[in-house]
Design a protein around this ligand. Structure first.
Ligand SMILES: Nc1ncnc2c1ncn2[C@@H]1O[C@H](COP(=O)(O)OP(=O)(O)O)[C@@H](O)[C@H]1O
Ligand SMILES: [Mg+2]
Length: 374
């Protein structure tokens, strides 16, 4: 499926005073795609989205929408927000308290001069779509947070924009409602086939919703990839540590095979040697220090007593240690394990075993480790 590019950033930068908060951002968004702009607070997500909407002008580079330059300082081109026809929902979704649900949603059509009968029809349709079909006459002040957010969503969709910009739209909702809205946005996008750019600092929101994630850090792109790719194959330590939980152990390279694999070693009470093809060394050299990483869910942990009872002492155990802290969190346990070589790691434990503080545990690595320059 070779969808058309609907939006393109070509080396876009934004400067506030002396601060360059968006650095040479280049990206392309395809028609019908749901793209998440993900990153920690202050990394430039909102600023980037506001440039797309035309609420900020870029200082360098250009923004191209549907094949047309809509913002370029150099070419002195700037298409104002009202001419861009984009739908927008921001974190502080301002729905108008003096208007009822119908009036709020009808507003964008009224200012566009749409005929009354047409407005009625369109608003009815969009309210059905966001699950507010029965609420048209309800006063805005009598709505729950989730309902208000749906009104904001309906208002941004009612004029059939080609692109919908969402800036942390659910961050004011409680956890349960956020989950529900996540599913609704996904369904909405599938039904309407609309392009959505979704700003969030929440990794679960980005992973679950996006077709592709653009990960920003200090105003620059760290990685652009599908959620699965970004999670499984982060290309920078920043992305690796932002998404999911990673165990990181120090070590050094002890050999490099002609086939591109490296062997790494961790010295200590129980020295370990691991071989892997997954590494980020340009030219790995023997003796170089490294970080060895694996995802928390790729570690199997069991009580040493259970392992001994099975008579399976040697089978792939990489670390042994003791449970130092244990927290029951419902579906599993959370723990800090002090490894025999002194390092402490944070792990989740399944409910399959009876765990207790001070218990001796054995860890196995289920997947090939990844190795990074230290
Ligand atoms: N109008 C502004 N004037 C000056 N600095 C701003 C302005 N808007 C944002 N910034 C700064 O730009 C950086 C990026 O902000 P923002 O895009 O809001 O980040 P995010 O949405 O990722 O949290 C921050 O350091 C912020 O303080
Ligand atoms: Mg923001």
């Amino acid at each position: 499926m070779a969808a058309n590019t609907i939006l393109k950033f070509d080396n876009v930068s934004k400067i506030f005073g002396k601060n360059k908060v968006v650095h040479n951002l280049s990206l392309e968004i395809k028609e019908g795609e749901l793209v998440a702009l993900l990153g920690p607070s202050g990394c430039g997500k909102t600023t980037s989205l506001r440039m797309i909407a035309g609420l900020e002008r870029c200082d360098e580079g250009e923004i191209i929408y549907q094949g047309e330059v809509i913002d370029s300082a150099q070419k002195r081109i700037f298409v104002p927000p009202s001419k861009r026809g984009m739908g927008m929902v921001f974190q502080s979704y301002a729905i108008w308290p003096h208007m009822n649900v119908f009036e709020n949603v009808a507003y964008p059509l009224q200012i566009r001069g749409v005929a009354k009968s047409k407005i009625k029809e369109e608003v009815k349709q969009i309210l059905e779509l966001v699950g507010l079909g029965e609420m048209a006459e309800r006063k805005s002040t009598q709505l729950s947070g989730g309902q208000q957010q749906r009104v904001a969503l309906a208002r941004s969709l009612v004029f059939h924009p080609h692109i919908l910009l969402l800036d942390e739209p659910f961050s004011n909702l409680d956890a349960k409602l956020r989950e529900q809205m996540r599913i609704e946005v996904k369904q909405l996008q599938q039904r309407l086939g609309i392009t959505i750019i979704f700003v969030t600092h929440d990794q679960v929101e980005a992973l679950s919703l996006a077709d592709r994630i653009i990960m920003l850090n200090k105003g620059s792109v760290e990685q652009i990839a599908t959620p699965k790719n970004m999670y499984d194959e982060p290309t920078t330590p920043f992305v690796r540590d932002f998404l999911g939980k990673t165990m990181i152990f120090g070590g050094k390279i002890v050999s490099v095979t002609p086939g591109g694999e490296i062997e790494v070693m961790r010295e200590g009470v129980n020295p370990i040697r691991l071989r892997t093809a997954k590494h980020y060394f340009h030219r790995p050299a023997v003796g170089e220090p490294c970080s060895i990483t694996t995802r928390a869910e790729d570690i199997t942990i069991e009580p040493v007593a259970v392992m001994r009872a099975r008579g399976d002492e040697a089978g792939g155990v990489v670390f042994q240690g003791k449970i130092e802290t244990l927290l029951f969190i419902g579906n599993q346990y959370e723990s800090v394990v002090a490894l025999n070589d002194g390092e402490r790691i944070h792990l989740y434990l399944p409910k399959t075993f009876d765990w207790h503080q001070g218990q001796e545990v054995a860890l196995r690595l289920d997947r090939e480790v990844t190795v990074w320059p230290a």
